[in-house]
Ligand binder design. Structure first.
Ligand code: HEM
Length: 436
């Protein structure tokens, strides 16, 4: 795939869902043009649905940060470019929602460091090790469920299952609640776009009020987690929820409400992202059979570089927002307090100043300074290690057990300006026995 520059810079509108429905080579052409000519281009915000205007104020617009070097610089200065002012979504978050989404991704220091310390302690080496064993187990089970069928919807049956079951297991949520978590997670993922009238009708019906749907889905997850947190407080096990309610970092632990808010963050940050990395990975293999052959011939040798190439290639989170806290200069342009910046990680991941042959999918790419997990700074992805492990294990097991798995249909893409998502993707393979 090579980028095609088919429109002038003036005609590009990253706030228009129509832009995101253009063919990929045209979108890549637009980002190439922006990086070269307008690396901090200004865009109006997508219009909020009229019925929500009372809750979600009309915003002043944002600048699209499209160069790798600029995103690295912004992420190194969290005191100037903040995450807690109004949140990391395009519109400022209404008060009603901050209760649910006041987790660390939307906070700054000192609160952010405090929350991250507590949560990181829960991801102890022992915990990570036990999760690693579980990834092997769940991946095997997920493949078992489809192995004899000869075909599947790869996203629904495989890519969505592994991260969902890992995160739920980590927190101590049982299989009876997986369906609730999955549905709520889908609603939350698209509702940000739906508030701007550009949701995905499969996950959120067009006649549904996105704010109500978002509140309901968040409330469902909050109830589930607060109940569990209460139980673990009196009766701890070895799960992350128990660790969070009993952690004692500088005399602090998380309240059940804070555990619930962290869980919602995990569901948003860790679930759909990993699902989409895996789905985009299989699609990349279908489009680049020679890269797939390299991986299949030597999974242990290729995975250490290949997994990060899958994340660079798919860039599951397209952007995150920062808000300027004090007068500053970026790329020679003056910025004022309150200015919104969208860090386009997808664009940074194709920046020709940071990558050789950025449009080549190369599973042996090294170095690979991609920003798929964010850039170095306080908000760098907490689950990067876990996500890498899930992608590695899944493809190792998949290629060992269903070596001829092939994509047989066009991927059905998520309608979103924020998540590079695939909702369905038909696959076929030679049926094989379940592992027993
Ligand atoms: C391929 C999969 C993943 C991708 C592409 C991804 C991407 C990201 C990105 C871009 C950020 C930075 C947010 C910012 O700039 O403000 C982030 C933060 C975060 N991620 Fe991930 N993520 C993935 C998997 C996971 C997993 C599996 C977990 C769960 C354990 C997770 C948990 C988090 C958390 C908690 C944060 C917030 C960190 C903070 O604000 O301090 N992520 N992720």
């Amino acid at each position: 795939m090579e980028p095609r520059e088919v429109v002038a810079a003036d005609q590009i509108d990253l706030s228009d869902i129509g832009f995101w429905e253009r063919p990929l080579d045209e979108r890549e052409g637009a980002f190439q043009l922006l990086r070269r000519e307008r690396p901090l281009a200004f865009f109006q915000e997508p219009p909020v649905l009229p019925e929500l205007a009372l809750f979600v104020p009309e915003g002043p617009g944002y600048r699209a940060v499209t160069r790798h070097a600029h995103i690295v610089e912004v992420s190194r200065h969290p005191e100037i470019y903040q995450s807690g002012k109004g949140a990391t979504s395009i519109p400022d978050m209404p008060e009603e929602l901050l209760e649910y989404f006041g987790s660390m991704v939307n906070t700054d220091n000192p609160r952010h460091a405090q929350l991250r310390r507590i949560v990181s302690a829960a991801f102890s080496p022992r915990m990570i090790k036990s999760i690693e064993d579980r990834i092997e187990f769940v991946a095997n089970e997920v493949i078992d469920r489809i192995a004899t069928q000869g075909r599947c919807d790869f996203v629904v049956d495989v890519a969505a299952r592994l991260p969902l079951e890992i995160i739920c297991g980590m927190m101590g949520i049982g299989p009876a609640d997986y369906g609730t978590v999955l549905r709520a997670s889908n609603v939350i993922t698209v509702s940000g776009n739906a508030i701007a009238g550009a949701g995905d009708p499969e996950y959120l019906p067009a006649d549904a009020d996105p704010l109500v749907a978002l509140l309901e889905a968040s409330q469902q997850l909050t109830t589930l987690m607060s109940d569990l947190a209460e139980t673990r407080r009196s009766d701890p096990t070895d799960d992350v929820t128990s660790a969070l309610v009993h952690s004692n970092i500088d005399g602090e632990s998380l309240s059940p409400a804070e555990v619930a808010s962290f869980f919602i963050l995990l569901v948003i940050a860790g679930n759909d992202t990993t699902r989409n990395a895996i789905s985009n990975g299989l699609l990349a293999f279908a489009e680049h059979p020679e890269q797939r052959a390299l991986w299949q011939a030597d999974p242990a040798g290729i995975a250490p570089t290949g997994v990060d190439e899958i994340v660079r290639w798919g860039s599951p989170i397209i952007w995150m927002r920062r808000t300027v806290a004090e007068p500053t200069v970026l790329g020679g342009e003056e910025l004022a307090p309150g200015d919104k910046l969208l860090l386009f990680y997808n664009s940074a991941n194709r920046d020709e100043d940071a990558f050789e042959n950025p449009y080549a999918f190369d599973v042996r790419r090294a170095p690979n300074p991609h920003l798929g997990f964010g850039a170095a700074g306080p908000h760098f992805c907490l689950g990067a290690h876990l996500a890498r492990q899930e992608i590695d294990v899944l493809f190792r097991q998949l290629f060992a057990r269903l070596p001829d798995i092939a994509v047989t249909g066009e991927p059905d893409r998520l309608r979103s300006t924020f998540i590079n998502g695939i909702k369905h993707m038909d696959c076929a393979f030679t049926p094989t026995a379940a592992s027993g």
